[in-house]
Design a protein around this ligand. Structure first.
Ligand SMILES: Cc1cc2nc3c(=O)[nH]c(=O)nc-3n(C[C@H](O)[C@H](O)[C@H](O)COP(=O)(O)O)c2cc1C
Length: 332
């Protein structure tokens, strides 16, 4: 793969990679977080276009892959414009994860990412996601097996620990780095802290100090100024952004919500809608677009009942007409 192929469209003529994930160059310091039900192909490609340095698929079940449903196959589809892209797997069993990694390698992702952070009970109950954090030695064995099995770099996304009182992130980070992981993303919360308690950036800094592979910091990045703050606090190689980029892919171009005009917002919403229809077909494209549209419209003043009507529309051309009818000249 040539270096130019991965150049970052938002970064202009930058030639030196920001960092490397083993032998894969990464340009830029902002990554799109994996978000189940959200970071699908159309959304990822938009985020990359606006400047995301790399993107990650929604978590994909190793178990589900082996019974490959049509839905799982659709989740694995991606375009070259999204590269570098990680396919994220979750599972508990090393043999099953290895078989799944071999299977997804056929789709030629740039990285395969192991989910060690999902806190949803449905996942942790099976011992997968953050459930694996109880046993760092086992994590080491899984990563060693995966890195031996596939040619692409294997990365991992962790939380700080499986319990509030069990902050074993340094042990886990060493188990990953010592067994061949090529990058670690640290979501600065424990499994039980879910999403809204303050993220611990000191812990991210400690991981960065402890290992010699790239570390991506994640959690409590709400506005563009937080990127610089997190980088200064943790020395992380990149910052991963999830919720702040929902309905706001401009985050990857270092722009806050208030900096985007309504005309820009509408143009991107229409582009997103077109990509959704191309990916999912006319009916499901519209249905899946609804969750995006409400987030694009967060903070945009609209007449009473206007959004309810928008969400009831079933055809892309009706949505487009309704968006075009909203008076222009306002900021998003
Ligand atoms: C709706 C939603 C779905 C998520 N799905 C995943 C997932 O599939 N895999 C994963 O590793 N993390 C997942 N996460 C966690 C995010 O990747 C990220 O670690 C977390 O939201 C904190 O970052 P943020 O504050 O920038 O959103 C999800 C988060 C949200 C809000």
């Amino acid at each position: 793969m040539s270096v130019v192929e991965f150049s970052n469209p938002a970064a202009g003529a930058v030639v030196a990679p920001t960092f490397w994930v083993r032998d894969v160059p990464v340009y830029g310091e902002l990554a799109l977080a994996p978000m189940a039900g959200y970071t699908d192909q159309p959304y990822r490609s938009l985020c990359r276009k606006l400047g995301a340095a790399f993107v990650v698929t929604e978590l994909i079940s190793a178990d589900g892959l082996l019974h490959a449903s049509a839905r799982t196959r659709q989740m694995l589809a991606f375009g070259d414009d999204e590269r570098p892209l990680a396919i994220q797997l979750f599972g508990r069993d090393a043999a099953l994860l290895e078989a799944a990694a071999l299977e997804v390698e056929a789709f030629a992702p740039d990285f395969i990412d192991l989910n060690l952070g999902c806190s949803v009970p449905k996942v942790t109950k099976t011992g997968a996601g953050a459930g694996l954090l109880y046993d760092p030695a086992n994590i080491g064995r899984i990563i060693a097996r995966l890195t031996r099995a596939v040619k692409v770099p294997v990365t991992a996304k962790i939380r700080l620990g499986p319990e509030r009182e069990l902050l074993n992130y340094l042990e886990v980070a060493h188990a990953l780095a010592d067994n061949g992981a090529a990058l670690i993303t640290v979501h600065g919360r424990t499994r039980h802290q879910r999403y809204n308690e303050p993220a611990d950036w000191d812990a991210i800094a400690a991981v960065k100090q402890a290992v010699h592979i790239p570390v991506v910091g994640n959690g409590d990045v709400h506005v563009v100024a937080d990127i610089v703050r997190m980088k200064a606090h943790t020395a992380c190689d990149a910052v991963m952004i999830g919720r702040a980029a929902q309905g706001h892919p401009w985050f990857f171009a270092y722009r806050d919500r208030g900096d985007v005009t309504w005309e820009e917002r509408r143009a991107l919403m229409l582009e997103h809608l077109a990509r959704m229809v191309a990916h999912y077909g006319p009916r499901y494209g519209v249905i899946h677009f609804r969750k995006h549209v409400v987030r694009y419209l967060r903070g945009v003043p609209t007449p009473r009942g206007w959004q309810v009507h928008l969400l009831s529309l079933e055809r892309a051309d009706e949505i487009e007409a309704q968006l075009r009818a909203l008076p222009v000249g306002r900021t998003g």
